[in-house]
Design a protein around this ligand. Sequence first.
Ligand SMILES: [Fe+2]
Length: 370
Amino acid sequence: MNEQFDFFMPARIFSGKGIVKSSEDVFSHLGKKCLIVTGKSSAKKSGALKDVTDTLEKLNIKYTVFDKITENPLASTCCEGGKIARETGADFVIGIGGGSPLDASKAVCVYAANPHIINDGIYTEEIKSTPLPLVLIGTTSGTGSEVSGVSVLTRENGRKQSVSGKNYYAKYVLADPCYTYSVPYHTTVSTALDAFAHAVESYFSKKHDALSRKFSCIAVSEIVPILKKFTEPDCTVTEAERDILYFASLHAGFALNKGGTCFPHGMGYALTEDYALPHGIACAVFIPAFLNEAKKGDKDGYEKIVSACGISENELFKILNTLCHADITVPLEKIEEYRVRWSTLKNFKNSPTDFNADDGASLTYNLFGK
Ligand SMILES: [Fe+2]
């Protein structure tokens, strides 16, 4: 048995219901002023923002709320957040929300401490000063951003691109699944598919190791029975299932933190940008093809993860095909544009076989071409 692994995830995680209000020490030792980075609604609707501001007020910590983060956040918006952090003298940042606000808040911390980095400069400029300390509070069960050193932003040209490394980790994560209870049903399905894709892609990624595979197996064993339920007519999701999905998304995040994503995520970004497909569906729609590829290169690993899903291979594919139905048509010229764009994408290089941009273009044609 080869159990070698190398795991780096420096964020300290406190979990449990009510964890924000019982984490006064976390906030008080970080400073006296902070910037809260969030979107327009989920932080408020989930109750997370109120729990945070109540706690900060109790501790006499001054805060500014920067709530301009939209889906697929622009690097330039994060740069603006960094400027506000500097102007308000923030000692630390609190990111609240789904993947977009969490990823954005990581970038805000970098911009805040590095005024020489402007907008897309985050992709090229050297980070000279340590980013501001960051506390992350997730409100969806998909991103895994809480436990990864990756931030996916949108460039000025409209394309999504990630930045990553030791400067993009949170210092603390406060993990409370109650904040996911108000997430609409269709978003819960899409984010669960995202977490599933994280677990599966990182499992077969060239960077996986023994420990990351265990995290992937735990994640899929908890997510798949709920995905199966989602295929039933008039399905609803219980709070107990939301609890399971939230912690499963963190396990998938641990796997992702090591393995990273493969071609389904790389290709999925394009469908989200051009056809507004929810991120989880846009990535998971390519997972059946990804699994078929992975099976060719690693039959033993394939059998292990399908077994961890707790259902047959056929049933798994049927669930994915049902939940990932996307009613879009991608014209040939667009597919050709993607083929060129994908030819330099690192997600293909991280994939388990030699599946390349040409194969990705053919797959896109088979699924969505006309
Ligand atoms: Fe994702």
